[in-house]
Design a protein around this ligand. Structure first.
Ligand SMILES: [Zn+2]
Length: 386
């Protein structure tokens, strides 16, 4: 028997509130605490979890930024004539995203979402490299797996490109061998089910039951091969049901401002980010945004408090955040009203991430502190084997 296993299970969008409402796996994972998330999406949260650093340090906040001189999307100009209603279907978009990623040398998670082809060449993409691999973090930080490597412990990580079912099978095989001491399982099934169906309902119940079954099976297999099995289930953020759609994008675009000349903007699902390209434009946009009731402009103090203030304005000169439960319809992420979304104020109770563990570890209070638990677990193994 191998002495111990620390199995870290990442479950995208398993919010603290959802986990507690369902008492999800509370018998197996009795050490439970809320975990404060960051403003943004998985592209903000995951680099923080993997490195223990915050967006201003690691450089990861949102996917698209205004940067025409470095844009890898010059080719998109040639597709700009095709009506968006034809090319905008998410399946066609996903197909083009897959084909284009390798053409542009992008190895990280890449989606064109619903950014119009006519505007793509103004933007650069911030997750060009695979953030799970060495050298993938923009700020140059080492990810937890490189540290595990340096410590010389046997470890395994699942493939974020493969689906959950395949990753679970692969993890079962690894745990049956009983050699690794730290393992990281990536799951995205809950996130997908809740985006498609809201946070409740039969499809979401099914996704929760499936995850529960997998974790119990993994635990059983590990228990046969390890003296001590420590399972840690955690998330990057929660999930909020959509209560309303905002047509702000359409209303904004009917103002007398020229995209690419006066301003540029990325409309994420829950926040709009503006770059002001001419004198006086920032005042005009601010004035208009201040009149919109569905959200508010984030002040420098607010952005600093949420650890996402970039003094060089690389993610926008102005950021407007919607109230929890309201999403832009359309946005540059989706043309339709998605039933549930994340990326609201981190302190909203539905945004909170979770830490659920079989063992009393130093519970992370914020998602970037999950890195330190993964580090401590590996250091403990390395000390006892050296
Ligand atoms: Zn999501």
């Amino acid at each position: 028997m191998t002495p111990s296993l620390d199995l870290f299970i990442f479950s995208d969008a398993l919010g603290w509130k959802l986990a507690e409402e369902r008492q999800f796996l509370s018998d197996l994972l009795p050490h439970r605490s809320p975990c404060e998330t960051l403003l943004g999406y998985s592209c903000t949260c995951d680099p923080a979890i993997l490195t223990g650093t915050l967006p201003p340090q690691n450089g990861h906040f949102s996917s698209f930024i205004y940067s025409p001189s470095t844009s890898p999307f010059q080719w998109a100009r040639y597709l700009a004539w095709i009506p968006e209603r034809l090319i905008g279907h998410h399946r066609i978009r996903s197909f083009i995203s897959r084909k284009c990623a390798s053409f542009m040398g992008i190895t990280g998670y890449f989606q064109l979402y619903a950014v119009p082809f006519s505007k793509l060449h103004f933007f650069d993409y911030t997750e060009k490299k695979d953030i799970y691999l060495p050298g993938g973090i923009n700020g140059g930080q080492e990810v937890i797996f490189t540290l595990w490597d340096r410590l010389g412990i046997p470890w395994y990580r699942s493939d974020w490109r493969a689906g959950d079912a395949r990753n679970v099978v692969a993890m079962k095989n690894v745990l049956t061998e009983g050699k690794v001491r730290c393992a990281y399982l990536f799951t995205g099934g809950l996130d997908a089910a809740m985006h498609a169906h809201t946070t409740h309902g039969p499809e979401v119940d099914k996704a929760f039951s499936q995850l529960e079954q997998w974790i119990r099976e993994l635990h059983q297999i590990a228990a046969k091969n390890y003296h001590e099995v420590r399972i840690h289930l955690f998330s990057d953020h929660g999930m909020t049901d959509t209560a309303a759609g905002s047509d702000m994008l359409k209303r904004f675009e009917s103002l007398n401002l020229k995209f690419g000349e006066d301003y540029a903007a990325v409309w994420d699902s829950t926040m709009a980010r503006f770059w002001c390209l001419k004198p006086g434009v920032q005042e005009k946009i601010s004035l208009w945004l201040a009149q919109q009731k569905e959200g508010s402009i984030l002040s420098k103090a607010q952005l600093e408090k949420w650890s996402c203030y970039f003094p060089d304005g690389r993610y926008g000169d102005l950021i407007f955040l919607l109230k929890p439960g309201t999403i832009f319809v359309p946005s540059h992420m989706s043309r339709h009203k998605v039933p549930a979304m994340h990326g609201f104020a981190p302190e909203d109770p539905t945004s909170t991430a979770c830490w659920l563990s079989s063992h009393p570890t130093e519970a992370p209070r914020r998602i970037e502190q999950i890195y330190h638990v993964m580090r401590a677990a590996a250091e403990k193994v390395a000390q006892h084997t050296s």
